[in-house]
Write a protein that binds this ligand. Structure first.
Ligand code: NAD
Ligand code: LMR
Length: 326
C-alpha cells in the first residue's frame, strides 16, 4: 500500500498535481484533502483508469486523509498577489502548515513530507519543529520542493543557448526558494559558454521567475501548472527511490542538514545554516546523501554570500513560530 495524501488538493496546484499523480503506478491510494471541494475533485479523478483508488476528504476529515499515509504533499495555503513577497504569506500559511504537520505527527508520523506552500524557507522549519515537538522528526523525510527553480533554470538557459536541451539538462540550484536565496549553479551546465551579461540576466530571471507568473496572472495567483509539473517530478523521484529502490535519483531540494550526518559539518561550516537547498540523492528512507556542493564560480559565491543572511532570518522565523508558542 502506498497512500499519498495531497493537502490543498482542490487548489490551483493541488488539482493538476493530483491529476499527474493519478498517472503513477507507484501510488495505490490517492487521498485528497482540502477545506473546500475535495470530494468533487476526488470523484472526477477517480474515473481515470489507472491503478490508484482516489478518496476526497473535507474540512472535518483531515485525520482520515492522513491516516497511514506513506507520503504527504502540501500545497495548501494562499498564493501571492502582485506586490507581495513570499514572506508576506507567512502570516496566513504558517498556521495552516503547523496544523497539517500536527496532523502528520498524529496520523502518519513516519511519512515523507513534501512541502510546496510558501514561504518554503520558513514552512519547512515549521514542519520540522512540529515533528520534533512530537518526538517523530526524521530529517531524512522532510523536503521543501524547490524543483520549480530547477525546471526554470534549464528552460530559461535553453532560451539563451538553444544547444542546451531543457529536458535532459539538470541545473543544481542551491540556497532556498525565494529571490536572492535562489542560487542557480549555471557554471556547471556542461558545455555552457554564457557571457557575464547573459549570466546576470539569466540568474535574475531564475531568482524572480515566480514574480513573472504572478505579474502575468495579475491578481489571480501564482505558478500552478509548472509547479504541478515540478511537484510531480519531485514526488515521483522520492517515491521511486523509496518504493522500487531505484538508485541514482537526484534532485535539488531544501532540507534540514541533519538529514545527512556526514555532510552536516561541511555545510554548516560553509553556510552557518541548519536548512539549505542542495542536490540530494534519494533512497529507501528519503535522503540517502546530501551531495557535496559543486564547484562554484566567483559570481555564484557572491550570490551565496547574499543568500545566507536572508535564509538565516527565514529559518529563524519558521523555527520560532513553533518554539515561541510551546
Ligand atoms: P490556491 O489558493 O489555488 O490553492 C490552495 C488550496 O489550499 C485551496 O484549495 C485552499 O482551499 C486550500 N487550503 C487552505 N487552507 C487549507 C487547510 N488548512 N487545509 C487544507 N487545504 C487548505 O493556491 P496555489 O496556487 O495552489 O498555491 C498554494 C501554495 O503553493 C501557495 O502558498 C504558493 O505560494 C505555493 N507555491 C509554491 C511553489 C514552490 O515552488 N514551492 C510554487 C508555486 C506556488
Ligand atoms: C514560484 O516560484 O512560482 C512560487 O514560489 C510562487 C510565487 O509566489 O512566486
Amino acid at each position: 500500500m502506498v497512500k499519498v495524501a495531497v493537502c490543498g488538493a482542490a487548489g490551483g496546484i493541488g488539482q493538476p498535481l493530483s491529476l499527474l499523480l493519478k498517472q503513477s503506478d507507484l501510488i495505490t491510494h490517492l487521498a485528497l484533502f482540502d477545506v473546500v471541494n475535495a470530494p468533487g475533485v476526488a470523484a472526477d479523478l477517480s474515473h481515470i483508469n489507472t491503478r490508484s483508488k482516489v478518496t476526497g476528504h473535507g474540512k472535518e476529515s483531515m485525520d482520515e486523509a492522513l491516516s497511514g499515509a506513506h507520503t504527504v504533499i502540501i500545497p495548501a495555503g494562499v498564493p501571492r498577489k502582485p506586490g507581495m513577497t513570499r514572506d508576506d504569506l507567512f502570516k496566513i500559511n504558517a498556521g495552516i502548515i503547523r496544523d497539517l504537520a500536527e496532523g502528520v505527527a498524529k496520523n502518519c508520523p513516519g511519512a515523507f513530507v513534501l512541502v510546496i506552500s510558501n514561504p518554503v524557507n520558513s514552512t519547512v522549519p515549521i514542519v520540522c519543529e512540529v515533528l520534533k515537538k512530537h518526538g517523530v522528526f526524521n530529517p531524512k523525510k522532510v523536503f521543501g520542493i524547490s524543483t520549480l527553480d530547477v525546471v526554470r533554470s534549464s528552460r530559461f538557459a535553453s532560451e539563451i543557448n538553444p544547444a542546451i536541451d531543457p529536458k535532459s539538462t539538470r541545473v543544481t540550484v542551491i540556497g532556498g526558494h525565494s529571490g536572492v536565496t535562489i542560487v542557480p549553479i549555471l557554471s556547471q551546465i556542461p558545455g555552457q559558454s554564457f557571457s557575464k551579461e547573459q549570466l546576470e540576466i539569466l540568474t535574475q530571471r531564475i531568482q524572480y521567475g515566480g514574480d513573472e507568473v504572478v505579474k502575468a496572472k495579475d491578481g489571480a495567483g501564482s505558478a500552478t501548472l509548472s509547479m504541478a509539473h515540478a511537484g510531480a517530478r519531485f514526488a515521483t523521484a522520492v517515491l521511486e527511490a523509496a518504493v522500487t529502490g531505484k538508485s541514482g535519483l537526484v534532485e535539488s531540494t531544501y532540507v534540514n542538514l541533519a538529514a545527512d550526518a556526514d555532510a552536516t559539518a561541511a555545510f554548516r561550516a560553509r553556510t552557518g545554516l541548519d536548512y539549505f537547498a542542495q542536490d540530494v540523492e534519494f533512497g529507501h528512507e528519503g535522503v540517502k546523501r546530501i551531495l557535496p556542493l559543486p564547484a562554484i564560480s566567483v559570481f555564484e559565491q557572491a550570490l551565496l554570500d547574499e543568500a545566507i543572511p536572508e535564509l538565516k532570518v527565514n529559518i529563524a522565523k519558521g523555527t520560532s513560530f513553533i518554539s515561541d508558542s510551546a
